[in-house]
Design a binder for this molecule. Structure first.
Ligand code: ADP
Length: 285
């Protein structure tokens, strides 16, 4: 399996997203800044309702941001016409939905599903560099190629669903909750498959997950809370992120000590910066 084209780099600048509703707009993203290098693999973590699916839908070109800018490689998503967005979705960006059944035709074989997902790319003049059986073999699923999807286990269906996402040779693979409802062994196989795709195909791979095991297995994690980037994990260590406007989201355990409205002193000294709760230090004032 050779890399047909390099992964897409991702840049979010002050991205705001609103969903209109009868009771007023729901603010799903409140100024997201995010930079991802071409060919990176990372997981987006966060509680339900924090904005993860909205980030994924924006990356997939399914919504346009209400404000701010999203750049994917050479594409400025806000400036693409509907036709250009369709082409991007058909050929360069793949979205694997959460439930494998939503990605697959149950009465077709795994290979037929892979072929089917290559059709849209072909129709838009993009030639996937591999045949369906060849791709399944390369991804360690050759034995599933001629089996009907409905007869496969949940873990096998999830791996085939990911293969259909890879089928058009995308430069960005988006995977929503890749391990939900899988046991430990199948979960580890899916994590290994995503790693393999990232390393051999060179695609940027973004997974959205609740699963701490997936987060722990990723070289980079980004935590989103209440529509803002809260923290970044690198090799198991978590860091707060300073946004482009200078704002920092405090981790929940620190927020317990410093609830919203707390006055905080920020002091620079020779070796770094101190944050302190000013009320504990009134004698100093
Ligand atoms: P997550 O994927 O982390 O669960 P979402 O991106 O789905 O979060 O949602 C972020 C916020 O936007 C939530 O408050 C959610 O209720 C709201 N939201 C998501 N989709 C819609 C929609 N189609 N209409 C109205 N509000 C929505």
């Amino acid at each position: 399996m050779t890399a047909p084209s390099p992964g897409l780099d991702i840049h979010f600048e002050g991205v705001v997203h609103l969903y209109p509703s009868d009771e007023g707009d729901v603010v799903a993203l409140r100024g997201v800044d995010l930079d991802v290098e071409a060919g990176e693999e990372f997981a987006l973590l966060g509680p339900s309702g924090s904005g993860k699916s909205t980030v994924l839908a924006l990356l997939a070109g399914l919504h346009r941001p209400s404000a701010g800018r999203i750049r994917l490689g050479e594409y400025d998503l806000g400036r693409l016409s509907n036709r250009q967005l369709l082409r991007l979705r058909a050929a360069e960006v793949s979205l694997v939905l959460q439930d494998p059944a939503r990605n697959l035709l149950p009465y077709a074989t795994a290979a037929q599903n892979v072929e089917f997902s290559q059709r849209g790319a072909r129709a838009r003049g993009h030639r996937p560099p591999w045949g369906a059986v060849e791709l399944l073999e390369q991804l360690g699923m050759g034995q599933l190629a001629h089996r009907t999807v409905a007869t496969l286990s949940g873990g096998e269906q999830q791996r085939v669903a990911i293969a259909t996402g890879v089928a058009p040779a995308p430069r960005l693979l988006l995977v929503d909750e890749p391990t939900s409802q899988l046991d430990t062994q199948n979960r580890d196989q899916v994590i290994a498959l995503l790693r393999d795709i990232n390393q051999r195909l060179g695609a940027t791979v973004v997974s959205v997950t609740h699963d701490p095991a997936v987060g722990a297995a990723m070289p980079r994690t980004v935590t989103i809370r209440d529509g803002r980037i809260g923290a970044e994990g690198r090799r198991g260590q978590e860091f707060a992120v300073v946004g482009k406007d200078g704002s920092v989201q405090l981790p929940p355990d620190v927020l317990d000590l410093m609830p919203p409205g707390t006055l905080v002193r920020v002091r620079r000294h020779a070796t770094g910066v101190d944050l302190s709760n000013s009320e504990l230090e009134t004698d100093d004032l």
